[in-house]
Design a protein around this ligand. Structure first.
Ligand code: ZN
Length: 157
Protein backbone atom coordinates (compact mmCIF):
# COMPACT_ATOMS: atom_id res chain seq x y z
CA UNK A 1 0.00 0.00 0.00
CA UNK A 2 2.75 2.43 0.99
CA UNK A 3 4.81 1.48 -2.05
CA UNK A 4 2.06 1.96 -4.57
CA UNK A 5 1.33 5.35 -3.04
CA UNK A 6 4.97 6.32 -3.48
CA UNK A 7 4.94 5.18 -7.09
CA UNK A 8 1.82 7.19 -7.73
CA UNK A 9 3.39 10.29 -6.20
CA UNK A 10 6.52 9.78 -8.25
CA UNK A 11 4.48 9.35 -11.42
CA UNK A 12 2.46 12.46 -10.65
CA UNK A 13 5.53 14.61 -10.04
CA UNK A 14 7.15 13.26 -13.22
CA UNK A 15 4.08 14.25 -15.21
CA UNK A 16 4.04 17.70 -13.64
CA UNK A 17 7.73 18.07 -14.48
CA UNK A 18 7.18 17.10 -18.11
CA UNK A 19 4.20 19.41 -18.45
CA UNK A 20 6.22 22.27 -17.00
CA UNK A 21 9.09 21.63 -19.42
CA UNK A 22 6.67 21.61 -22.35
CA UNK A 23 5.11 24.93 -21.30
CA UNK A 24 8.52 26.51 -20.79
CA UNK A 25 9.69 25.34 -24.22
CA UNK A 26 6.55 26.74 -25.82
CA UNK A 27 7.06 30.09 -24.13
CA UNK A 28 10.67 30.29 -25.26
CA UNK A 29 9.49 29.56 -28.81
CA UNK A 30 6.91 32.32 -28.65
CA UNK A 31 9.44 34.87 -27.52
CA UNK A 32 11.91 33.93 -30.25
CA UNK A 33 9.14 34.34 -32.82
CA UNK A 34 8.12 37.75 -31.49
CA UNK A 35 11.69 39.00 -31.54
CA UNK A 36 11.87 38.32 -35.29
CA UNK A 37 8.56 39.92 -36.23
CA UNK A 38 8.21 43.67 -36.54
CA UNK A 39 5.76 44.92 -34.00
CA UNK A 40 3.17 47.25 -35.48
CA UNK A 41 1.83 50.37 -33.83
CA UNK A 42 -1.64 49.82 -32.30
CA UNK A 43 -3.09 52.67 -34.41
CA UNK A 44 -1.63 51.36 -37.66
CA UNK A 45 1.55 53.45 -37.58
CA UNK A 46 5.23 52.57 -37.51
CA UNK A 47 6.55 51.54 -34.12
CA UNK A 48 9.99 52.96 -33.35
CA UNK A 49 12.50 51.22 -31.08
CA UNK A 50 12.51 53.85 -28.38
CA UNK A 51 11.78 53.43 -24.67
CA UNK A 52 8.80 53.71 -24.43
CA UNK A 53 8.03 52.90 -28.08
CA UNK A 54 6.99 55.84 -30.25
CA UNK A 55 4.38 55.21 -32.91
CA UNK A 56 4.78 57.35 -36.02
CA UNK A 57 1.42 57.81 -37.73
CA UNK A 58 0.54 59.92 -40.77
CA UNK A 59 -3.00 61.34 -40.60
CA UNK A 60 -5.25 61.89 -43.64
CA UNK A 61 -4.27 65.58 -43.73
CA UNK A 62 -0.57 64.47 -43.79
CA UNK A 63 0.08 65.76 -40.30
CA UNK A 64 1.99 63.34 -38.09
CA UNK A 65 0.87 62.07 -34.69
CA UNK A 66 3.36 60.41 -32.34
CA UNK A 67 1.94 58.30 -29.53
CA UNK A 68 3.91 56.33 -26.96
CA UNK A 69 3.48 52.70 -25.88
CA UNK A 70 5.05 50.33 -23.37
CA UNK A 71 6.63 47.03 -24.53
CA UNK A 72 3.27 45.29 -24.19
CA UNK A 73 1.69 48.09 -26.26
CA UNK A 74 -0.18 49.83 -23.46
CA UNK A 75 -0.56 53.59 -24.11
CA UNK A 76 1.86 55.83 -22.23
CA UNK A 77 1.31 59.59 -22.05
CA UNK A 78 4.03 61.69 -23.62
CA UNK A 79 6.51 62.90 -21.03
CA UNK A 80 9.59 65.00 -21.77
CA UNK A 81 10.16 63.45 -25.21
CA UNK A 82 10.58 65.73 -28.20
CA UNK A 83 10.41 64.72 -31.85
CA UNK A 84 11.64 66.36 -35.03
CA UNK A 85 11.08 64.95 -38.52
CA UNK A 86 13.45 65.82 -41.36
CA UNK A 87 11.80 65.22 -44.73
CA UNK A 88 14.09 64.96 -47.74
CA UNK A 89 11.32 66.01 -50.13
CA UNK A 90 11.53 67.02 -53.80
CA UNK A 91 11.31 70.69 -52.85
CA UNK A 92 14.29 70.28 -50.51
CA UNK A 93 14.93 69.31 -46.90
CA UNK A 94 12.07 70.31 -44.66
CA UNK A 95 12.04 70.23 -40.88
CA UNK A 96 8.74 69.34 -39.23
CA UNK A 97 8.39 70.16 -35.54
CA UNK A 98 5.95 68.88 -32.96
CA UNK A 99 3.81 70.21 -30.15
CA UNK A 100 2.34 68.33 -27.23
CA UNK A 101 -1.35 67.66 -27.79
CA UNK A 102 -3.09 65.76 -25.00
CA UNK A 103 -1.25 62.45 -24.50
CA UNK A 104 0.49 62.67 -27.88
CA UNK A 105 2.75 64.84 -30.02
CA UNK A 106 1.25 66.51 -33.11
CA UNK A 107 3.24 67.95 -36.00
CA UNK A 108 2.94 71.73 -36.35
CA UNK A 109 2.78 71.36 -40.12
CA UNK A 110 1.90 68.56 -42.57
CA UNK A 111 4.54 66.48 -44.32
CA UNK A 112 5.62 67.96 -47.68
CA UNK A 113 3.66 66.87 -50.78
CA UNK A 114 4.29 63.58 -52.55
CA UNK A 115 5.81 60.43 -51.15
CA UNK A 116 8.72 58.10 -51.79
CA UNK A 117 11.15 60.51 -50.14
CA UNK A 118 13.30 59.76 -47.12
CA UNK A 119 12.44 60.72 -43.58
CA UNK A 120 14.58 60.96 -40.49
CA UNK A 121 12.55 60.84 -37.31
CA UNK A 122 14.59 62.16 -34.40
CA UNK A 123 13.32 61.20 -30.97
CA UNK A 124 14.85 62.76 -27.88
CA UNK A 125 14.10 61.52 -24.37
CA UNK A 126 14.11 65.21 -23.40
CA UNK A 127 14.92 68.37 -25.32
CA UNK A 128 18.68 68.40 -24.56
CA UNK A 129 19.23 64.62 -24.93
CA UNK A 130 21.05 63.00 -27.85
CA UNK A 131 18.51 62.04 -30.53
CA UNK A 132 17.74 58.50 -31.63
CA UNK A 133 17.42 58.69 -35.42
CA UNK A 134 15.06 56.50 -37.44
CA UNK A 135 15.47 56.61 -41.21
CA UNK A 136 12.86 55.21 -43.54
CA UNK A 137 11.02 56.02 -46.72
CA UNK A 138 7.62 57.69 -46.61
CA UNK A 139 5.56 55.21 -48.62
CA UNK A 140 1.84 55.81 -48.21
CA UNK A 141 0.71 52.95 -50.48
CA UNK A 142 -1.18 50.15 -48.75
CA UNK A 143 0.63 46.83 -48.30
CA UNK A 144 -1.37 44.00 -49.93
CA UNK A 145 -0.47 41.55 -47.17
CA UNK A 146 -0.91 43.38 -43.87
CA UNK A 147 -3.17 46.18 -45.22
CA UNK A 148 -1.11 48.76 -43.38
CA UNK A 149 0.58 51.68 -45.12
CA UNK A 150 3.98 50.54 -46.48
CA UNK A 151 5.87 52.88 -44.13
CA UNK A 152 4.29 50.90 -41.25
CA UNK A 153 4.31 47.44 -42.91
CA UNK A 154 4.87 44.54 -40.48
CA UNK A 155 5.43 41.79 -43.07
CA UNK A 156 8.71 39.91 -43.29
CA UNK A 157 10.57 40.90 -46.43
ZN1 ZN B 1 2.82 44.42 -45.06
Amino acid sequence: MKNSFRILTLAASLCAGLAFTAVAAERAGDQAEHAHKHKGGPNGGRLLETEPHAEFFVEKDRSVTIRFFSDDLKPVAVGEQTVTVLADAKEGKIKVEFDKSGDALKSKSPLPAGDGYNLVVQVRAKSDAKPQNFRFKLDLATCNECKRPEYACICEH
